[in-house]
Design a protein around this ligand. Structure first.
Ligand code: C2E
Ligand code: MG
Ligand code: MG
Ligand code: MG
Length: 292
């Protein structure tokens, strides 16, 4: 539900439907202008091996560099872009930028794994896999270095169409991650039928895992489920050393969060990757990437 999206950004307070429709129209129009004027860019949030702090890659997160409003996050426009039928174009733009950047890095001997977020309308689209592979091919970025993130609910909306698209990508070497895992109400049987490599533990459980017993139980259950199904786990939203230590203790392998780094520009990411030091000061893994 996108109602309320853009409130802060565009300064609308009234939440009745008419003003929502009006607000949406304005933002929609601005998105069109933004696409035309190339105002969308990608930030990268480093992902690390929690056991030694070595960097494995990054999650790509779209940002809107708005000429008047400054740097705008996806919460302000993704839903409206989706409802307006503009997310396809925006997503293609993001994927192209990420693949292009990844290919540039590969040319300089850097091989971070890059994860891109995919929305429901994209992942069930019959041309999704073919389009993605065409973009990969045109860029020269290796499919093995690309991860696709879809949320649990996205995966389960149209499970068969989605699974077919994901399987084609995975066949080509692209990794599949289930985002915000634990927040949807998955049918676990259908989940096991999905081609999946990674479960991303939602930030809400990570936030609670130190003090809240039930959050800790959920985290432990997700890690154990992942182990038994042969998936990797990535914890999102790690903000404290205590959280990180708990996650490691519970057997979580990878993570990201403000403790390690906020989402940063490509240039900043490159510096951090080359320095090879996350918050822990440990060098990046030789060759980057995760174990297959
Ligand atoms: P997500 O995929 O779950 O991404 C993680 C979000 O958590 C990001 O917000 C990130 O900045 C934030 N985050 C990371 N670490 C921490 C932390 O330690 N503490 C806190 N409080 N937050 C943290 P962001 O960039 O605002 O993105 C929000 C959502 O927008 C994403 O959630 C994703 O669902 C969506 N999104 C972002 N980029 C794209 C895109 O290119 N395409 C699509 N379809 N969706 C996108
Ligand atoms: Mg994500
Ligand atoms: Mg997430
Ligand atoms: Mg999330």
């Amino acid at each position: 539900d996108a109602r309320g999206a853009g409130d802060r950004l565009f300064g609308f307070g009234n939440r009745n439907m008419e003003s929502y429709a009006f607000r949406r129209l304005i933002i929609e129009q601005e998105i069109r202008v933004g696409l035309e004027a190339d105002q969308f860019e990608v930030f990268y949030q480093p992902q690390v091996d929690l056991r030694d702090g070595s960097m494995t890659g990054a999650e790509a997160l779209v940002r809107w560099r708005h000429p008047q409003r400054g740097l705008v996050g996806p919460a302000e426009f993704i839903d409206i872009a989706e409802e307006s039928g503009l997310l396809g174009e925006l997503s293609t733009r993001v994927l192209r930028l990420v693949c292009k950047q990844g290919a540039v890095w590969a040319g300089r001997g850097m091989f971070p794994r890059l994860a891109v977020n995919i929305s429901p309308s994209q992942s069930r689209h019959p041309e999704f896999a073919a389009d993605t592979l065409a973009i990969l091919d045109a860029s020269g970025f290796a499919p093995q270095q690309l991860h696709i993130e879809i949320t649990e609910n996205t995966a389960m909306t149209e499970p068969r169409q989605t699974a077919r698209q994901l399987a084609a990508l995975r066949q080509a070497g692209v990794g599949i991650a289930i985002d915000d895992f634990g927040t949807g109400f998955s049918n676990l049987a259908s989940l096991t039928a999905m081609p999946v490599d990674v479960l991303k533990i939602d930030r809400s459980f990570v936030a609670g895992c130190v003090r809240d017993g039930s959050a800790r139980v959920v985290v432990a259950a997700i890690i154990s489920l992942a182990k038994n199904l042969g998936f990797e786990t990535v914890a999102e939203g790690i903000e404290s050393v205590d959280q990180r230590d708990y996650l490691v203790q519970l057997g979580c392998t990878y993570g990201q969060g403000f403790l390690i780094s906020r989402p940063i520009t490509a240039m900043q990411f490159e510096e951090m990757y080359l320095e090879g030091s996350a918050a822990t000061g440990v060098r990046q893994k030789a060759g980057g990437g995760w174990p297959a």
